[in-house]
Design a protein around this ligand. Structure first.
Ligand SMILES: Cc1cc2nc3c(=O)[nH]c(=O)nc-3n(C[C@H](O)[C@H](O)[C@H](O)COP(=O)(O)OP(=O)(O)OC[C@H]3O[C@@H](n4cnc5c(N)ncnc54)[C@H](O)[C@@H]3O)c2cc1C
Ligand code: FES
Length: 271
């Protein structure tokens, strides 16, 4: 884990409330980035306000840079999303355990499809399996991206994903039908699971993840959920992020999402 001050090299506005920041970083940091890992990011202003850094998934990275995609929610995200090229930021990361690598025991079946499910800004974490060159090993299996958002202009990063992952099948859906199909991303997930054996990675708001968990259970399918619990420290000290999970003996226990997650086996999470 690295703690450093650096600068923004680019800010691309993806929608009225969503920006993508490219941030300069050392090669060592970039080598340790992996799909599903995150950073704590702080606006390095003189007032240190807000005091605490905020967590964001590392959506993409290269040799000496990484990107985060920020949706404006409150004070911290509003400040960060508006920073311009050259602005100073503080970074702590890469943090957490990401999506399981394809060599893990649960992912050995090459015939199964990899289903990536993104809800809203959850696309930032899911994109980390699709955008960086380092992540292309995730795509040895047939892969489909299912992306749901409230409205069409929140279906961000699709052009970048299409460019980096030629031939990827992408299905989108919005709450209001503005992208052509109305409904929830879990409707798309049910369709996929009807037709194939699959491993699913999902990231999005808690109600969506809860619903993904129920769908996976009903199809007896395996998956992983990336949680977005509120975090104060990001490295296991404050206990601000705890999540009830099923422990070893089948009993409930608390897990720190920042260090034991944010990615958990879907069946492990107790919502
Ligand atoms: C591991 C992880 C990865 C994340 N990745 C991304 C990402 O890639 N892009 C992105 O835009 N966001 C991401 N988030 C969420 C992001 O960190 C929060 O939106 C941000 O911390 C809000 O800060 P704020 O100062 O703008 O809002 P605040 O002023 O702190 O809060 C504004 C309002 O939002 C609510 N709120 C804040 N954070 C959360 C949360 N995590 N869950 C539910 N409600 C919340 C507060 O209760 C409050 O009502 C991630 C969170 C985690 C834990
Ligand atoms: S955010 Fe502090 S322990 Fe997880």
């Amino acid at each position: 884990m690295y703690l450093f001050k650096t600068e923004i090299t680019e800010n691309r506005q993806l929608s009225p409330s969503i920006s993508c920041l490219r941030i300069k970083a050392a090669e060592d940091f970039c080598r340790k980035a992996a799909p599903g890992k995150f950073v704590m990011l702080g606006n390095d202003n003189e007032l240190s306000d807000p005091l605490l850094k905020r967590p964001f998934g590392i959506s993409n990275w290269g040799n000496d840079w990484f990107e985060v995609v920020i949706k404006i929610i409150g004070k911290g995200t509003a400040q960060l999303a508006r920073l311009r090229r050259g602005a100073a930021v503080s970074v702590n990361g890469p943090l957490g355990t990401g999506y399981p690598p394809p060599t893990c025991a649960t992912c050995d079946n090459d015939n199964e499809t990899l289903i990536l499910v993104a809800g809203g800004i959850g696309i930032a974490s899911i994109a980390s399996c699709l955008l960086p060159v380092a992540a292309n090993r995730y795509l040895k299996k047939p892969t489909v991206l299912l992306f749901g958002a409230a409205v069409e202009n929140e279906l961000v990063l699709l052009d970048e994903i299409k460019q980096s992952t030629a031939g990827l099948r992408i299905e989108t859906i919005t709450d209001d039908g503005s992208s052509g199909r109305r409904g929830f991303v879990t409707d798309l997930l049910k369709n996929e699971l009807e037709n194939s054996t699959a491993l699913t990675f999902a990231c999005g708001p808690e109600p969506m993840l809860k619903s993904v968990q129920q769908v996976l259970r009903s199809y007896n399918a395996q998956g992983y959920l990336s949680l977005e619990n509120r975090m104060a420290c990001g490295f296991g000290v404050c206990l601000g992020c705890v999540q009830a999970i099923v422990g070893n003996a089948g009993k409930g226990q608390n897990a720190k999402v920042c260090t034991q997650g944010p990615v958990f086996a879907a069946d492990e999470v107790i919502f």
